[in-house]
Write a protein that binds this ligand. Structure first.
Ligand code: AHR
Length: 332
């Protein structure tokens, strides 16, 4: 399973929070104790952490799984989650973030639909003393102190991995139609860059056409239907879709046009949702690159480390009966 990475801002590290962040893995197994202390974040009210989360929308199976992971984990840990669905609109996310400030939440997390345009609202949040965690997608800001950390996948690497499949599993000219994600989204930008970088040394693999499909299945189908009617639509023999949903929509369009997806057209997409595996089993999709949406546990490990600032080390009690077995794994 792909690793979801956690990038820690140097400024926050300097503020002494890095220790908590670096202990995340341990934290997931070791329990976190509630003990109020002063510092950067607002303190949890009556012991319950209040978190505002602005989700992008529900554009894909990946997003649905991401939402479930966050909601389930919040419930499991007794966190008061204020969840807002932005329906793929940055303006809705901005409104949600400002409402979280007004609600005086302890911490804010959000998955930014696009990369730019966040600096003013992040400054308002910083002024209110509320820490921010970015999840899934990144922002383009000059001041890295505006957020604590970014928990998300390496989208550039995902693009490289998709390209690698074409390079290693095809011969002859590969004429790729690239179906891109939401314009301006960090994952769409990075997945494009990673793919292009990886095919640079292999001139037989080329992107002959590139178009947005907004990460939606319906849009992927529409775009493919229109593309198939163009001269390049008669020429291409490969599809690189920035997510599975768009690939699945495009596959439907190909089938309706009498093409054999997976055979006539080689197809690689990103996410690794169940429906993509079904398409692979049916021989209609060639490869999916995993992007892990199940970030709930890592996100709330971090939230608890930041807000509670107390991580209890996991320890045991051993009696003589287990000593012979236990000694084999003792590190100290
Ligand atoms: O940001 C992650 C991307 O957003 C996923 O690949 C896609 O399916 C989702 O909508």
């Amino acid at each position: 399973m792909a690793q979801v990475t956690v990038r820690i801002s140097r400024v926050v590290a300097a503020m002494g929070l890095a220790a908590g962040c670096m202990l995340l893995t341990a934290c997931s197994e070791q329990g976190v104790q509630d003990k109020p202390s002063g510092g950067l974040a607002a303190q949890p009210k009556e012991g319950k952490i209040v978190m505002g989360f602005s989700q992008i929308g529900s554009e894909s199976d990946w997003r649905a799984a991401n939402t479930v992971s966050i909601k389930t984990e919040a419930e499991k840990r007794g966190i008061d989650l204020r969840f807002a669905d932005a329906q793929q609109k940055q303006e809705n996310q901005l409104k949600a973030l400002r409402s979280f400030i007004a609600q005086k939440v302890d911490i804010i997390a959000f998955s930014p639909v696009v990369e730019t345009g966040w600096e003013p609202v992040l400054k308002e949040i910083q002024k209110a003393g509320i820490p921010v965690i970015l999840t899934d997608r990144n922002v383009d800001v000059t001041d890295r102190s505006l957020y604590v950390t970014f928990i998300g996948s390496d989208f550039v690497e995902e693009g490289r991995r998709a390209a690698k499949w074409f390079i290693e599993n095809t011969t002859g000219d590969v004429k790729v139609f690239e179906l891109r994600g939401t314009p301006g989204a960090s994952c769409a930008i990075d997945r494009k860059n990673g793919f292009e970088e990886a095919i640079e040394e292999t001139p037989r693999v080329q992107i002959i056409h590139s178009q947005d499909g907004n990460f939606e299945r319906g849009r992927g189908k529409e775009v493919m239907e229109a593309f198939l009617k163009t001269p390049k639509g008669k020429e291409f023999n490969a599809l690189y879709a920035h997510n599975d949903d768009m690939a699945l929509g495009a596959i439907q369009a190909m089938k309706e046009a009498g093409l054999k997806p997976g055979t006539d057209i080689k197809i690689v997409s990103i996410d690794a949702v169940k429906a993509a595996f079904e398409a692979m089993v049916a021989g209609e999709l060639n490869c999916t690159v995993e992007c892990n949406p199940l970030i709930g546990p890592q996100l709330f490990d971090l939230v608890e480390a930041l807000i509670k600032k107390r991580i209890v080390i996991k320890e045991g009690v051993y009696d003589a009966a287990v000593a012979k077995e236990a000694i084999k794994t003792r590190q100290y």
